[in-house]
Each structure stands twice: as structure tokens, then as C-alpha cells.
Design a protein around this ligand. Structure first.
Ligand SMILES: O=C(O)CCC(=O)C(=O)O
Length: 323
């Protein structure tokens, strides 16, 4: 018998056993993130935050220059495709120039400031591309779409959704997970481009990956815990005991990681005085269907695919081909 329910859950989503996620999510996606972050074991905020040196992105590009850069092809090497297939993720340098990263960071911060209360430690916002022309260039970027299709070895990808993720100073860890649990897509040909928009040292909580495309198999049977942190804790223990290497290295400005939906990942707490802003966009192989029974872990997925029902082809006006 459980004696405490997660405060972010409704009566309906809290019902049943801790690993029962069969019900749909019945709140907004911002509330989804508040719930999800509460499932991570986190250290207490540090007594002293790290003050990072200021970075200089150089002259800021115009909108037209941002558009041209994001439309130009990226020279993806065969090695990068092999690393992605073997490790489940790859970090690619210079996907964004410093100026483009800086312009996107400013814009995401403006949009977040308008939409999200400043008290929230992990700020998130989706569907920005429908409203904001600059963000649209990044979310529908042919450069990013081309990289995703090449990494997945598929002819075309569609957008699942965009996501601004700002981990404020002092905000805690992101729990261990792999995205196949989250996305209501009946395919694993799904990739997320996670673009941090400032130099992101370890102290800022960059995305961190369990190395190896098959690492998920070690934790596939760990019972999910919708009320607390036992899933996150158990995944850490399993990886430690199995000697799984974790890449929690820094991201240089303009470096973008691409992770497969089976790549197990987490992110550290932000122990700096600067917000860790990232643009995380997810793309899937054209032709995928929605699963028959989406769970509460998929959040309010219908707003990313309006009119598409479980079991149907995953296409809507919000899932354009990208690249
Ligand atoms: O930014 C984070 O801390 C988590 C992001 C994440 O898990 C993802 O984009 O798949």
C-alpha cells in the first residue's frame, strides 16, 4: 500500500500500482515536465553556484543569415553514422555557429519568459515553431533534418515536436530514461537533436548518455515508478554494477547531440549561475504509426499530432517532413 502520491499527478493518473502508466496524461505538457523532473534523485542545491566566464558569440547573424546557415548541408561523416549506430548517440561539433546559437538562445528565453512562471526550475515550451519565424527556421532546419535522416538511415523524417528546455540555476537532475517510453510512436526510428545554446560545462547539467545502443536492455525490466525516484535510482545502480560507461562531458558552443529513442540518458543538476537553455527537437521516420495504447508518459501527445488517433499514421499539419 502506497502512503504518498506524487503531488503532480491527478487522481486518475495516480491510480493503480506505481508502474501502471496505462492511463492518458490529463494535464498540460508543462505540468508533465514538473512531474517528470520529480522522479529524479537530486543532490541538494549547492551552497555556492559556479560563475561561468562570459562567452562572446561574435557578431550576431541577421534572420536571413540564420535561415541560410540552417538550410545548408552538414558534412556528416561515415564515422558519425557508425558511432550513432553503435553508441545510440553522437555529439557533432559546429552544427550551429556561435552567432546562430546566441540568437536562438535569446529568442527561446524571450518565449519562455512570456509563457512560464519564473519560479519553475525546469522551464519547458513546445510548439514554438508555429508562432515564431526564427524558431521555425531551427525546428524545420533542412540541415538538422538531413542529419537525422542520415543517422537513422531513412529517406525522410517528420517533426514530432520542438521543445525549449531551460534548466534554471539550482534545478536538479533529469531522471534516467529512454525516449521510446515517452513517444507514442510504433517505431524506434526516432531521434532527438539536443542543441544547448551556450557553452555547457559539466556543472551546468549537459545531457549525459549511457554508452552503447543496447544499454536499454539492462534496464528494460526495471519497474517504472510514477510516484517517486526508485526507477531513476535503480537505473543508476544497474549501470554502476554492469560497468556501463556514461558520457557526461561538456558541450562546446554549437555542438549538438543526436540520440536514438533507445539511448538511455539523463542530465545533471545546474550548479551554475546561468540558465542551461537547450532546443530539443524530435524527428521520426516518415511512415510511422501511433501506438495503439499511448500511456501517461507520452504527456499530451495529441497536441503534437492533432486529429491523429492511436493506431493511425503519424501525420498531421504539425508533423511536416523536415530536410
Ligand atoms: O534537457 C534535459 O535535461 C532532458 C532532455 C531530454 O531528456 C531529451 O531531450 O530527450
Amino acid at each position: 500500500m502506497r502512503d504518498s502520491s506524487n503531488p503532480h499527478l491527478s487522481k486518475a493518473t495516480a491510480a493503480g500500482r506505481s508502474d501502471d502508466v496505462r492511463m492518458g496524461w490529463d494535464r498540460g505538457n508543462d505540468q508533465w515536465w514538473n512531474w517528470y523532473m520529480s522522479l529524479a534523485e537530486s543532490p541538494s542545491p549547492p551552497a555556492e553556484f559556479v560563475e561561468l566566464p562570459r562567452w562572446d558569440p561574435g557578431p550576431l547573424p541577421s534572420d536571413a543569415q540564420v535561415c541560410a546557415e540552417l538550410a545548408s548541408p552538414y558534412p556528416l561523416s561515415e564515422d558519425a553514422v557508425t558511432v550513432f549506430a553503435f553508441e545510440g548517440y553522437v555529439k557533432l561539433p559546429h552544427v550551429l555557429s556561435p552567432g546562430v546559437a546566441a540568437r536562438l538562445r535569446d529568442r527561446l528565453r524571450e518565449l519562455l519568459a512570456r509563457a512560464v512562471s519564473q519560479d519553475v526550475g525546469f522551464q519547458s515550451l513546445e510548439l514554438m515553431w508555429l508562432e515564431d519565424p526564427l524558431v521555425r527556421q531551427a525546428v524545420l532546419s533542412p540541415r538538422i533534418g538531413q542529419i537525422c535522416a542520415q543517422l537513422l538511415s531513412v529517406p525522410r523524417v517528420r517533426l514530432y515536436h520542438d521543445n525549449a528546455l531551460s534548466k534554471q540555476p539550482g534545478a536538479g537532475r533529469t531522471p534516467w530514461h529512454y525516449d521510446d517510453h515517452h513517444f507514442p510512436l510504433a517505431t524506434t526510428a526516432v531521434v532527438t537533436a539536443w542543441a544547448p545554446l551556450q557553452p555547457t560545462p559539466r556543472e551546468m547539467g549537459p545531457l549525459a548518455f549511457a554508452r552503447g545502443m543496447d544499454a536499454w536492455r539492462l534496464v528494460a525490466d526495471v519497474p517504472f515508478d510514477k510516484h517517486g525516484t526508485s526507477f531513476d535510482r535503480r537505473v543508476s545502480e544497474v549501470f554502476r554494477d554492469a560497468g556501463v560507461a556514461v558520457d557526461d562531458g561538456p558541450f562546446a558552443l554549437g555542438e549538438v547531440s543526436f540520440h536514438h529513442s533507445l539511448s538511455v540518458h539523463t542530465a545533471g543538476a545546474n550548479r551554475t549561475t546561468t540558465a542551461r537553455v537547450a532546443l530539443a527537437n524530435t524527428y521520426f521516420a516518415d511512415g510511422a504509426h501511433v501506438v495503439d495504447e499511448p500511456t501517461m508518459v507520452s504527456g499530451d501527445w495529441q497536441c503534437f499530432m492533432p486529429g491523429v488517433r492511436p493506431g493511425q499514421l503519424a501525420t498531421s499539419s504539425r508533423n511536416p517532413i523536415v530536410g
